[in-house]
Design a protein around this ligand. Sequence first.
Ligand SMILES: [Zn+2]
Ligand SMILES: [Zn+2]
Length: 283
Amino acid sequence: MGDFVALLGTKGGPAIRPGSTNPTSSLLSLAGQRVVVDCGLGVTRGLVDQGMQLKDIDQIVITHLHSDHYLELGPLLHTAWTAGLKTPVDVWGPEGLADYWGHFLASMRFDIDIRLADEGRPDLESLIRFHVVTPGEAFRLGPLSVTALAVEHPPVPAFAYRFEGGGKVVVFSGDTAHFPPLADFAKGADLLIHEAMLGEALPALMARIGNGDDRLMKHWLRAHTLAADAARIATAAGVKALALHHLIPSDDPAYGEAEWRTGIRDEWQGPFHLGRDGLRIDV
Ligand SMILES: [Zn+2]
Ligand SMILES: [Zn+2]
């Protein structure tokens, strides 16, 4: 199976537009264990496009409860069920996911009851097990040990996750403002996947979105990380490679790979991957 991270959805924020990439989701494969990290819109298709059988999903980790990170969690689990899921799935993340799941099941009750009665499917509800992650918590996913770090993403509780197994370390920043403790948390990682935005591109993005007010700009600035600061974290952590995802903006032709590379070049000189949907990074 190999050790890799596949970036399934790489744009920051929940909206999609013609030509845009998908909101955030990733597939981590480490020491023979696969983990779905975040479930933004498009995660189900993204996993299948990576060759993953949905019925084999057994571990899902969610960074926080902004919709671009869990809007498709219910549809993913439901689709896995119709694709043959019959073994338990563990879902890890902040308080609130089990509540979301309960309401998702209620919203799909007609369909689910029909499939139970008419197709003899196993009980979906009892296959899915939720675990509330708390700041600083360490837990195991099969052969992997995972640590959660509470990051700074006001007003939403949010986690970065460090995955270790088979001698490799992969760290996801989740959504966060520039958060220097992440450097210690990511110390020596083989790959850091950090969220990023380009400050000079934000006014044009505000204009394109068109229905937010200055609170949206303030949210970006206090809850997300400029590319240069993400690069600074990578350098301070001494990671072996840096990938940027959750890109803000992601669909402005004026800001392509060259502009992102310019954004980081003073702070990071190591191996670099600019996220795009479907990009597989070997670890
Ligand atoms: Zn987000
Ligand atoms: Zn967020």
